[in-house]
Design a protein around this ligand. Structure first.
Ligand code: HEC
Length: 290
C-alpha cells in the first residue's frame, strides 16, 4: 500500500512540475495561448484524478470516519514547514529574561521562511544563467527590440495595404501598376467631368499648371477625398479606398504637359512647376525606413 501511495505522489509531482512551466513562464511573444491553456487544463485534471485516487486509497485502507488518515499528510506537511515546538515543550526554548512579565521564546526560523530565501537564491542563479549566460530567455531589452520589430512589420503591412494613407502621408506613386489603376479609376469616375484625357469639361483641366486647390500630391489627394461639393466636385472618400485615391491623384499629376486636344481654359492660380513639391520626392527617403 505504501508503495502505491509513493507512486501516486510521484506522478502528481511530475505532472505538476511538467505543466507548471507554461503557467509560470512569461508568455514569450508569439507563444501559443491556446496551447498553454490546454496544458493548464490537463494539469488541473491530472491533479484531481490523482487526488481522487488517493482519497480512494485512504478510504479503502481503513474506516477513517474522523478523517485522521485523510488529514495526516497535511498535518505532516504543516509540521515539516513550520517545525514549531508544541506548547507543552515551550519551556525548553524559553529564554531566561523577563521584561515586566513579557517572556521570549527562542523559536527557530521556520523552514518555509528559509525555503523562500534559498529558493530566491536558486531562482536568481537559474535566471542569470538562462537570461544572461545562455541567453535563451528574452531580457527586457530584447523583448523591446522584438516588439519594435513587430510594430515596424505591422506598420509596413498597413502602409502597403493603404490604410495609413491620408492627406499627411500621401505621396506621388511612380509605379506603373498604380498609375494604370489610377488611369482606370479616372476613366470610370472622373472623365465625365474632367475629360477622358484630363483636358477639362465641367471640372478643371489637369494638363496645365493652373490649380484652384493646390498642385501637390497632398493638395490633390485632399480635393479628391473631401471634394468641393459646393462647386460640383464630389467627395470620393466613401467610394474610393485611400490607395485608389492616391493612385488616381498620382495619375492626374502625370497628365501635366500632355497637351490634350480641346483643353479647357485655365482655372485658378498658376503654379510654378516644382517636381519635388508636387511629386513629394522629398518625403520618399523619409518613408523608406519604415
Ligand atoms: C460631377 C463632376 C465631377 C466629377 C465626377 C469629378 N470631378 Fe473633380 N472637380 C469637379 C469640379 C466642378 C471641380 C472644380 C471645383 C472648384 O471649382 O473648386 C473639380 C476639381 C477637382 C480637382 C481640383 C482641381 C484644382 O484645380 O485644384 C481635382 C484634383 C479633382 N477634381 C479630381 C477629381 C477626381 C480624381 C475625380 C474622380 C475620382 C473627379 N475629380 C471627379 C467636378 C468633378
Amino acid at each position: 500500500m505504501k508503495n502505491i501511495k509513493t507512486y501516486i505522489w510521484a506522478i502528481l509531482g511530475f505532472f505538476l512540475l511538467f505543466f507548471s512551466s507554461p503557467i509560470f513562464a512569461e508568455s514569450n511573444s508569439g507563444g501559443n495561448t491556446a496551447e498553454a491553456i490546454i496544458e493548464v487544463i490537463v494539469a488541473v485534471t491530472v491533479f484531481f484524478v490523482a487526488f481522487i485516487l488517493w482519497l480512494a486509497l485512504v478510504y479503502s485502507e481503513k474506516n477513517d470516519f474522523e478523517g485522521k488518515t485523510f488529514l495526516q499528510p497535511f498535518k505532516n506537511f504543516m509540521q515539516a514547514i513550520n517545525k514549531s515546538i508544541p506548547i507543552e515543550e515551550e519551556n525548553k526554548i524559553l529564554l531566561d529574561h523577563d521584561y515586566d512579565g513579557i517572556k521570549e521564546l527562542n523559536n527557530k526560523i521556520p523552514p518555509w521562511y528559509n525555503a523562500i530565501f534559498v529558493g530566491t537564491v536558486i531562482f536568481a542563479v537559474v535566471y542569470m544563467i538562462n537570461y544572461h549566460v545562455i541567453g535563451s530567455g528574452n531580457v527586457q531589452e530584447d523583448e523591446y527590440a522584438e516588439e519594435v520589430r513587430l510594430a515596424a512589420v505591422q506598420q509596413k503591412l498597413l502602409s502597403e495595404s493603404g490604410k495609413l494613407i491620408d492627406e499627411s502621408t500621401v505621396k506621388f506613386v511612380d509605379d506603373p501598376a498604380a498609375l494604370a489603376n489610377g488611369k482606370e479609376i479616372f476613366i470610370k469616375h472622373c472623365a465625365a467631368c474632367h475629360g477622358l484625357k484630363g483636358e477639362g469639361l465641367v471640372g478643371p483641366n489637369f494638363a496645365d499648371d493652373y490649380w484652384i486647390h493646390g498642385n501637390t500630391a497632398k493638395d490633390i489627394f485632399k480635393t479628391i477625398k473631401y471634394g468641393v461639393v459646393a462647386k460640383g466636385m464630389p467627395t470620393w472618400s466613401s467610394q474610393l479606398s485611400p490607395n485608389d485615391m492616391q493612385d488616381v491623384g498620382s495619375y492626374i499629376i502625370t497628365l501635366r504637359g500632355t497637351n490634350p486636344p480641346n483643353q479647357k481654359a485655365p482655372q485658378g492660380k498658376l503654379y510654378k512647376y516644382d517636381e519635388n513639391a508636387q511629386k513629394g520626392a522629398e518625403d520618399k527617403g523619409k518613408k523608406k525606413n519604415i
